[in-house]
Design a protein around this ligand. Structure first.
Ligand code: NAD
Length: 199
């Protein structure tokens, strides 16, 4: 059971918003999660296939199994979205080396085997998209032991409202379709204008 602070941070599931957007657009969607994603898959709309696969993405053999299944079914993957991860609510003082390694193993390490598995198919098809998600983790005025005061975060944004999952789901539509095929290597900030650099 997540504590209140974790709940405040994890108030919506970005990954599901991505799946909803891609499925609604007609893509075949393979949802990969360490927890059986059957419920998440069951509510997806759109005319494409929907497949849920259980996979601990820090285990290379499990990654091989799901990428193999995707290849067997669909021949290739056109859009790889790397979103799964663990987000411990802690700070520098309390972060153990074990927890640090777990975050790297789940949030960073799997980028390599997933991308390596699907990149040849993208090259052969002449197109492909790889999207990594993350969180800059700024503007947390109450510190790690109190709930995030969202009003303070919103005050720092240009757009004065709290974000909803669809904001990020819709943002995914921007870089992954052919309309944007001249755009490469961009960082999109889905934060209502809180980030004011062009990076
Ligand atoms: N939720 C937000 O408010 C928010 C806002 C901006 C950015 N983000 C970023 O979006 C990304 C995803 O956030 P989210 O809200 O969807 O998180 P989430 O915790 O809701 O989803 C993460 C998923 O990863 C899965 N997972 C964890 N360990 C795994 C493993 N070893 N193997 C396979 N699956 C595993 C979990 O079961 C979970 O379904 C993160 O990078 C986050 O920082 C989130």
């Amino acid at each position: 059971m997540a504590n209140d602070d974790e709940f405040a941070v994890r108030r919506f599931c970005v990954g599901h918003a991505y799946c909803r957007r891609l499925a609604a657009d007609g893509a075949h969607v393979v949802v990969v999660d360490i927890d059986d994603p059957v419920d998440a898959v069951s509510v997806l709309t759109g005319g494409g296939d929907k497949l849920g696969l259980v996979c601990g993405i820090s285990e290379p053999s499990q990654v091989d199994a799901v990428t193999g299944t995707a290849h067997d079914r669909y021949g290739r993957c056109d859009i790889l979205v790397d979103n799964a991860g663990v987000f411990p609510f802690t700070d520098l003082e309390h972060m153990s080396i074990g927890l640090w390694r777990k975050v790297q193993a789940v949030n960073v390490g799997p980028i390599l085997p997933f991308t390596r598995a699907f990149a040849p198919g993208m090259r052969a098809a002449g197109r492909g998209r790889v999207v990594h998600t993350g969180f800059l983790g700024r503007a947390r005025p109450g510190g790690p032991t109190t709930g995030v005061p969202f009003a303070c975060v919103t005050a720092l944004q240009t757009i004065k409202r709290q974000s909803v999952a669809a904001d990020l789901g819709n943002a995914l539509g921007l870089p992954v379709y052919d309309d944007a095929d001249f755009i490469t290597r961009r960082i999109l900030h889905g934060d209502g204008g809180m980030t004011r650099t062009g990076a």
